[in-house]
Design a protein around this ligand. Structure first.
Ligand SMILES: [Cu+2]
Length: 173
């Protein structure tokens, strides 16, 4: 993305403060767009959060942690092993975002894992307050909008259902 495109994009967002799908946040050189979380029934043990982070600065930065109102919040990626099975993998060093790069946390790939929410449903329309922690830019409070991700059009990751993955086994890694 050229600097001019980035500028135009940022201005467009700024002009649409009430646009329901476009809540965004800025901290330092980072632009965080539309954090949202997957709705989950009360029986679910975990859910996932997604967003897009654009690094408009000249230095790389790293998303090192996410804090939220759950017993555990981790940063995960989905990695397909040699056996062809996709598994979630905690990113203990966080995720680096090079200057000018856009990091997409999206179904089927990088995501924030909200863990230990047993008995606490995440309902569509609910808002989950959280804090993103970046190595350089520092901390920023955001809100994850709870959405029905499986109902979203154009996504072919509907079968990447976190609810069916074995989170219990992950704790032993
Ligand atoms: Cu996960």
């Amino acid at each position: 993305m050229t600097p001019l495109t980035r500028l135009t994009f940022g201005m467009t967002l700024a002009l649409l403060p009430g646009f329901a799908f476009g809540h965004d946040y800025r901290v330092g050189d980072l632009l965080i767009e539309h954090p949202f979380a997957r709705s989950a029934p009360a029986t679910a043990m975990a859910s996932a959060g997604y967003m897009t982070i654009l690094n408009t600065g000249a230095e790389s930065d790293t998303l090192v942690a996410v804090e939220g109102p759950f017993p555990r919040v981790e940063i995960h990626n989905v990695v397909t092993g040699d056996d062809g099975i996709a598994r979630m993998q905690e990113q203990e060093a966080g995720i680096e975002i090079a200057p000018g790069d856009t990091l997409a946390l999206a179904p089927g790939g990088y995501h924030v894992m909200f863990m230990g929410l047993e008995g606490d449903a995440l309902e569509v329309g609910e808002e989950v307050p959280a804090t993103l922690v970046f190595e350089r830019a520092g901390r920023v409070d955001v809100v994850f909008n709870v959405e029905d991700i499986d109902a979203m059009s154009g996504m072919d990751h509907g079968n990447m259902d976190h609810g069916s993955m074995d989170h219990g086994a992950m704790g032993n890694n």
